[in-house]
Design a binder for this molecule. Structure first.
Ligand code: PMP
Length: 402
């Protein structure tokens, strides 16, 4: 019966990783996937996560029973507090709720699915940044919400196209959905400043748009978990209702454990309860209830002052290595006199850098140099280390000159 079903294209990022793995050249470099790597190019189990693993193994009270449909209560509460802040008025007023989801992807999906069923502005589009994480379009289109783009990256300045972004927000029909990255924008590494967030909030408020934040890199941008939540907390302070998808894949290194949360800020506690009830009903039919392991790790760490402090140290280890790689790459390119300007490499924030390299140049990097990155020229800084940064810079220098 399935003879007429057309095949679907492979996922670009996962295909890139597979191509990298299949490459037998010892010089190969993987700058595709957004996962942290050590100086040795290895995945890293955060020491605090290792500790939590052991605490859990020794805990005789833990079992493998189902979690509630909306997830582990202590995890949900701590996740909400992490993004909104301990002194959030939305928490104090009982208007902040949540659902534990299948990592950040599941949190975006859960919020999008709720909007597709219950958002009162029928036919409203979701505006995503141009460019953005490819899954944003797939998830919203998948639940039947039309997707449009707002300008974000300015190739001239290699920075934020604030004017274009604001103009798009102004011209979008009132009540549109805007998907915003609170910090460490993927793929550009370019974030609005506090003053620019104010201008964005002004238009969002005036036009009655709905704010959907997606945060996958809290702790990776400024080096401070609180500062990285600035935009979200500012919007809450101004009284916005919103959804916030949170991923613990990167900041806990829990990629495969699928630990995520959808934080809900509603106008009243009653509305918050209603939203949670609808999400519980929908979640029951998709995953029944979320997985326990990753959320237990996160919950242990977030709810213990000592472990929390250790987590912050682990986060700075990752953030600082990435910053030092930005500096090293910038210095190598400067040393080589590579044509063009490269200060955006050090100015950009978080795990990624949007290099400005074009698709044909990326192709040469792959085929001639065995360097793997996405066709839009995005590199994961975590894939660089002191042993391969000079090689990568030379490869970039070659493709830029030829
Ligand atoms: N949102 C953004 C912007 C991301 O970059 C990512 C990870 N690449 C995610 C969400 C979700 O990732 P995960 O489902 O692994 O938590």
């Amino acid at each position: 019966v399935f003879e007429t079903v057309p095949g679907a294209p492979e996922d670009i990022i996962f295909a890139l990783t597979a191509a990298y793995k299949a490459d037998t050249d010892p010089k190969k470099v993987n700058l595709g996937v957004g996962a942290y790597r050590t100086e040795e190019g290895k995945p890293w189990v955060l020491p605090v996560v290792h500790k939590a693993d052991h605490i859990m193994v020794d805990d005789e009270n833990l079992d493998h029973e189902y979690l509630p449909i909306l997830g582990l209560p202590d995890f949900r509460k701590a996740s909400v507090k992490l993004i909104l802040g301990a002194n959030s008025k939305a928490i104090a007023e009982g208007r902040a709720g949540s659902a534990q989801c299948i990592s950040g992807t599941g949190a975006v999906f859960t919020g999008a699915q709720f909007l597709s069923r219950h958002y009162p502005f029928k036919g409203a589009a979701c505006y995503i940044s141009k460019p953005t994480w490819a899954n944003h379009r797939a998830i919203f289109e998948g639940v039947g919400i039309p997707v449009l783009e707002y300008p974000y990256w300015d190739p001239e300045t290699k920075g934020l196209d604030l004017k274009g972004m604001l103009a798009c927000m102004e011209s979008a029909p009132s009540g549109s959905i805007f998907l915003l990255h609170p910090c460490a924008h993927n793929p550009t590494g370019v974030d609005p400043t506090p003053d620019q967030w104010k201008q964005i909030a002004d238009v969002m408020e005036a036009k009655g748009h709905f704010t959907f934040f997606d945060t996958a890199y809290q702790g990776f941008a400024s080096g401070s978990l609180d500062k990285d939540a600035y935009s979200v907390r500012y919007f809450v302070e101004r009284g916005f209702e919103m959804f916030i998808a949170q991923s613990f894949s990167k900041n806990f290194g829990l990629y495969s454990e699928r630990a995520g949360n959808l934080t809900i800020v509603a106008r009243t506690p009653e509305i918050k309860n209603t939203i949670e009830s609808q999400i519980a009903k929908a979640q029951r039919a998709v995953i029944s209830n979320p997985p326990a392991y990753g959320s237990r790790v996160v919950s242990l760490v977030l709810n213990d002052d000592k472990l929390y402090g250790e987590w912050e140290e682990n986060l700075s280890t990752m953030a600082n290595r990435i910053i030092s790689m930005r500096q090293a790459l910038f210095e190598e390119l400067t040393k080589l006199g590579t044509p063009g300007t490269w200060n955006h490499i050090v100015d950009q924030i978080g795990m990624f850098s949007f290099t400005g390299l074009k698709t044909p140049q990326v192709k040469v990097l792959k085929e001639k140099y065995h360097v793997y990155l996405t066709d839009n020229g995005r590199i994961s800084m975590a894939g660089l280390n002191t042993k391969n940064v000079e090689y990568f810079a030379r490869a970039v220098d070659d493709v830029v000159r030829n």
